[in-house]
Ligand binder design. Structure first.
Ligand SMILES: O=C(O)CCC(=O)C(=O)O
Ligand SMILES: [Fe+2]
Length: 311
């Protein structure tokens, strides 16, 4: 069983096909030669370690009382009782949100300007990379216009998120971040050289993704799964803590605007692949995710599924 590693410096037609195949198989691949400058990545990692090294009283200024899912959190994930051995900081990338990088940086102790600049530059780089991957995905799926996917993220009101996850050392195979799929379109995650990430590949099997600081891990999220009417897998994944070194992962969750309607793209519904989900807006999906009683590992498509009693 091998994880697809995609070299973005290779022929674009070939890369587009590789992406589609990987999204169909596991909903997961890694990319190298991705174009996000190494110093941008290193700087944000440095600032993130600095933030998490501050006393709890200082970190708490950035949470946990912010609008879900934003702000600082420690050991709890989401509002419904999920726990993990990590601390994290979640920021909106939409400049008009009060929870976005610039206003939230004001709450970050010491080095606030350095943190803010590093996070903004990082988001700039990963957003471009996400657009490139979506453009290649559109091509691989046979669409003439890449904008059918890239416009979702390019939209000024894109609800994309940046999250820094810090896993303190722990050497007993504990759950750092429990099993889940990401709700958005694509997640781009990069970690330091410490293992922990595992993905589900079916048949009760989980495989460990070897850490590669010069690569990004790419996860298909629930939204892209719905847009492809189930052709792409929204990959279940988790993080295990089992190292004497701290692990830092930085995730960019590429999402549409709250008002955007999510529905099966042209050609995705066929006699062999009947429609799975009724159209919904990203805002509706998100509200269902955070306002109800859903746990991290639960299926979130319930009320949106064709034939569900609530639709
Ligand atoms: O840290 C990791 O490797 C996984 C984190 C994750 O799945 C998430 O932030 O959604
Ligand atoms: Fe995730």
């Amino acid at each position: 069983m091998t994880i697809t590693e995609i070299d973005l410096s290779e022929n674009k037609g070939k890369v587009a096909m590789q992406i589609v195949r990987a999204c169909e198989q596991y909903g997961f691949f890694t990319v190298v030669n991705h174009g996000v400058p190494d110093d941008v990545i290193q700087t944000l990692e440095y600032e993130s370690f600095h933030f998490f090294s501050r006393p709890m009283s200082e970190k708490m200024a950035a949470g946990p009382d912010h609008v879900k899912p934003y702000g600082y959190g420690c050991n709890t994930i989401g509002p419904n009782g999920d726990v993990g051995r990590l601390e994290y900081l979640t920021l909106s990338t939409n400049p008009s949100s009060p929870q976005s990088i610039i206003p939230m940086s004001q709450l970050i102790p010491k080095r606030r300007l350095e943190f803010c600049n590093a996070a903004c530059e990082y988001v700039d780089g990963v957003r471009k990379l996400t657009c490139m991957l979506l453009s290649l995905t559109a091509r691989g799926l046979g669409f003439d216009k890449a904008s059918i996917l890239t416009d979702l993220i390019r939209n000024d009101n894109s609800d994309s998120i940046l999250r820094l996850n810090h896993y303190p050392p722990s050497i007993d195979n504990g759950i750092g971040f429990g099993e889940h799929s990401d709700p958005q379109i694509f997640t781009l995650l990069r970690s330091n050289d410490v293992p922990g990430l595992q993905i589900y590949v079916g048949n009760d099997e989980w495989i460990s993704v070897p850490p590669n600081p010069s690569a990004f891990c790419v996860f298909v999220g629930d939204t892209l799964h719905a847009m492809t009417n189930g052709r792409f897998v929204s990959v279940r994944h988790r993080a295990i803590t089992n190292s004497s070194e701290p692990r830092m992962s930085i995730a960019f969750f590429g999402a549409p605007s709250l008002e955007e309607w999510i529905y099966a793209l042209p050609g995705m519904v066929t006699p062999n692949r009947p429609l799975l989900y009724n159209p919904f807006t990203w805002g509706q999906y998100k509200a269902n995710l955070y306002s109800g009683t859903l746990r991290l590992a639960d299926d979130r498509f319930g009320i949106f599924r064709v034939g569900s009693s609530s639709t």
